[in-house]
Design a protein around this ligand. Structure first.
Ligand SMILES: NC(=O)C1=CN([C@@H]2O[C@H](COP(=O)(O)OP(=O)(O)OC[C@H]3O[C@@H](n4cnc5c(N)ncnc54)[C@H](OP(=O)(O)O)[C@@H]3O)[C@@H](O)[C@H]2O)[C@@H](O)CC1
Ligand SMILES: Nc1ncnc2c1ncn2[C@@H]1O[C@H](COP(=O)(O)OP(=O)(O)O)[C@@H](O)[C@H]1O
Length: 274
């Protein structure tokens, strides 16, 4: 098992050059949030901006888009070309509308890299392109059940996370980032461990922030992923490392809220580039 530290994370960061424009830095598109969970969209969008996306698009219900814009007017709330997608945070597959199903499927079929989170995890095996699945243990259990691993409990996954994350990666052909105090990232062959520096991260919405950071990482490296999809493991691990470091800064030893974690991401990136 590989252990991901600041040194490994640094290798995947790059400051913009004189020749870069917003598109060269990577456009992230998010299909996240819903009437029930609008906040997840705000958190993921904030994180994608702070992690260095050249542009962030959000596709979702009008009310969700309005909340996103109220927080981040830089966001483009229209569909369009992206270098990477973040799909599913703050959505519930049980209540998925036909319109949302169509938008998600179109994104998955585009062939660009995608972070597949929360309410889109049941679509993990569909479409085309590199995939980074970001389940917590309960979501991994559900994903494995859908792949035929009946009778598994969340406790089983927590007792042997490496085994179950590897199995899900092998079965889906995706890279799996299994969230927790110790986050595992695996493509079925390599297994990378990212230890969180603070357990105050165990709070609502921090997973939505992680998805936004991961989306920005995939978008920034979309061309390299097209040449070698194996680097999605490195990019997922780097996103988890940045998320942990941002959580540590947001916490300062005490409680944090997810939006503060997202806000700290830019300083963590600056520190890696220094
Ligand atoms: N601000 C936002 O918009 C946010 C939006 N979010 C979005 O919410 C969506 C759902 O994601 P999630 O991870 O919260 O739920 P989910 O995977 O269905 O697991 C449910 C499990 O939890 C358990 N459980 C529940 N309550 C419990 C309790 N009091 N005490 C103990 N256990 C309790 C429950 O157990 P049970 O009650 O069944 O025994 C079940 O096992 C997702 O789209 C996410 O992105 C979140 O990111 C938060 C911020
Ligand atoms: N005990 C813990 N210590 C450190 N980090 C944790 C701990 N528990 C969860 N996390 C992290 O917090 C985030 C929670 O994500 P998730 O379970 O999707 O919650 P949410 O859906 O509320 O955003 C993940 O990044 C996970 O790695």
């Amino acid at each position: 098992m590989e252990h991901w530290t600041r040194a490994e994370a640094r290798a995947w960061m790059r400051a913009p050059a004189a020749t870069d424009d917003k598109y060269a830095r990577g456009v992230v598109g998010l299909v996240t949030g819903s009437h029930d969970y609008p906040g997840a969209a705000v958190l993921g969008v904030e994180a994608a901006h702070r992690a260095g996306a050249g542009m962030v698009r959000h596709v979702g219900p009008r009310r969700v888009g309005d909340l996103v814009l109220a927080r981040r007017p830089e966001t483009v709330v229209q569909a369009g070309r992206v270098q990477a997608w973040v799909l599913g945070s703050g959505t519930d597959p049980a209540g998925r509308s036909d319109a949302l199903a169509a938008v998600l499927q179109e994104a998955l079929d585009e062939g660009v890299p995608a972070v597949v989170d929360a309410g889109a995890l049941d679509l993990a095996g569909t479409g085309d392109g590199a995939r980074l699945l970001t389940p917590h243990a309960g979501e991994l259990r559900a994903l494995l059940a859908s792949l035929g691993e009946d009778g598994l409990t969340r406790g089983d996954v927590e007792a042997d996370p490496e085994r179950w994350a590897r199995l899900a990666a092998t079965r889906t052909g995706a890279t799996v980032l299994l969230k927790g105090a110790r986050t595992l990232v695996t493509d079925g062959a390599r297994v990378v461990l990212v230890a969180a520096p603070t357990h105050w991260l165990a709070t609502a919405g921090t997973g939505d922030v992680l998805a936004g950071v991961a989306g920005a990482m995939l978008a920034a490296h979309a061309d390299a992923i097209a040449r070698d999809a194996g680097i999605v493991v490195d990019l997922g691990a780097t996103a988890a490392w940045i998320h942990g470091a941002a959580g540590e800064r947001a916490s300062g030893g005490g409680p944090l809220v997810a939006l503060e974690v997202a806000e700290q991401v830019a300083d963590v990136v600056a520190g890696l580039l220094a």
